[in-house]
Write a protein that binds this ligand. Structure first.
Ligand code: NAD
Length: 416
């Protein structure tokens, strides 16, 4: 990260500051919007497989419940510290508001390297985490979900741990296995959604995604679904990568074959379908659309001037530093912001929660149809505001989201 680039939290706050100014809100509203309503820090003591004891730092940050119960994933990662978790919790508030689902924003973090623990240790940490925070969770209070380092299996353990203390509640977490009340389409939703809003952005620019060249960084849950979906819309995915490096093929990669290769535990660059390329060169490839779907701050002031894509779809959370964002805007690059681009995950989490409450299951077609409808409506609100006020898509998205949260705060009379 270049030294002039803001941290994730500073970048998130800068976006709120711009929205507060753009909406002509009073300055004292800014602190109400930025400060989380509750921050929990808990040490999680675990007996490891070798008999030693370790304490893992963990957090649950409930940023805002103005528009509904707190909602947000739980990240297991060595860098998931309090500040990082706070930044991500705030992002969830804006994301839920922007796509107009009845949730607030929260995030969980456990500072652990999942590559260095066994499945048994992973399960113990998940259960201990829920024991530490269950008193602030609830189907109408705070509903966790998976994020980096956690998955459907983790959610099953968490649902079980919560149920042991409070009684069985399917809707207490989303992103569960389908056999335990998970929704069809939840796994693919963030990546599928990113591809769909990429298509909307292409149309808005008077182009067609059909025939476009697309580069995807990250080939996990989000990146692989984005690559598959955009290829299904007719685009040519010319490069993808994971933490081990990337693969480039100007004729388009075999995404289905690559997904099978990765599912078997193999690194992306070892697939025999193109030329190896490193992650930094991959971002700078000549292409129509770039989908960063791995980690944050991969495009900074350092490499932004060399980006050649015309459209960037932020499938990962905050892959662009806010200073890089300004450079790209000045270069005329359309940036579809994360709070819109990867909102498919929380939208289908909302569908899962609604299905659990009704004890009813929707077929996949209905999930995907409703997902498109929610995303199109959010995209239209952002695009209309961006065009009518001469704003970037990020500024427009934040203004739409922040104004909805402020309206809820005022209507509920929190500030009396
Ligand atoms: P994942 O762990 O399934 O996949 C991450 C991918 O990124 C892997 O292919 C990994 O090898 C790759 N990667 C890691 N470090 C990299 C690096 N330095 N350079 C290039 N590639 C690297 O995670 P995911 O669930 O796909 O999440 C990806 C991003 O999307 C994260 O920012 C996450 O917060 C965001 N997101 C996820 C969801 C969700 O529901 N899974 C929803 C919204 C946003």
């Amino acid at each position: 990260m270049a030294t002039s680039d803001l941290s994730m939290l500073e970048g998130g706050i800068a976006s709120v500051d711009r929205a507060v100014a753009g909406l002509n809100l009073p300055d004292d509203m800014r602190d109400v919007l930025v400060e989380p309503w509750r921050e929990i820090a808990a040490g999680l003591p675990i007996t490891m497989d070798d008999g030693s004891r370790k304490v893992f730092r963990s957090f649950r940050i409930q940023h805002s419940a103005a528009r509904g119960p707190y909602k947000g994933g739980i990240r297991f990662h060595p860098n998931a510290d309090q500040e990082h978790t706070k930044a991500l919790s705030m992002l969830m508030t804006w994301k839920s508001a922007l796509v107009d689902i009845p949730f607030g924003g929260a995030k969980g973090g456990v500072m652990v390297d999942t590559m260095a623990i066994s499945q048994r240790e992973h399960q113990l940490i998940a259960r201990r985490y829920i024991m530490s925070i269950h008193h602030v969770l609830g189907v109408n209070r705070d509903i966790p979900a998976p994020d980096l380092g956690t998955n459907a299996k983790t959610m099953a353990w968490m649902m079980d741990a919560y149920g042991a203390l409070n009684g069985y509640e399917q809707g207490i977490v989303t992103g569960k296995p389908v056999s335990l009340g998970g929704s069809y389409g939840r796994d693919d939703a963030p990546g599928r959604g990113a591809a769909l809003v990429g298509d909307m952005a292409a149309r808005d620019a008077g182009a067609m995604v059909d025939g476009m060249s697309v580069v995807v960084q990250g080939f996990g849950a989000v990146g692989s679904a984005a690559a598959r979906t955009i290829q299904g819309l007719g685009a040519k995915v010319i490069a993808v990568s994971d933490a081990y490096g990337g693969l480039f093929n100007s004729n388009g990669l075999d995404i289905t074959g690559l997904a099978n290769h990765v599912r078997q535990g193999n690194p992306v660059p070892e697939f025999e379908d193109g030329d190896k390329i490193d992650n930094s060169d991959l971002l700078e490839l000549q292409c129509d659309m770039l989908i960063p779907a791995a980690i944050e701050n991969v495009i900074t002031t350092e490499n932004a001037p060399r980006i050649k894509a015309k459209i960037i779809v932020e499938a990962a959370n905050q892959p662009l530093s806010s200073d890089a964002d300004e450079i790209l805007n000045a270069m005329g690059v359309t940036v579809v912001p994360d709070i819109l681009a990867n909102a498919g995950g929380v939208i289908v989490s909302y569908f899962e929660w609604a299905q659990n409450i009704q004890a009813f299951r929707w077929p996949l077609d209905r999930v995907n149809e409703e997902l498109s409808r929610f995303l199109q409506s959010a995209y239209d609100a952002v695009s209309e505001r961006a065009q009518s006020r001469g704003l970037t898509m990020r500024s427009a998205a934040y203004e739409v989201a922040v104004s909805r949260v402020v309206e809820a705060i005022e209507l509920r009379g929190f500030l009396r």
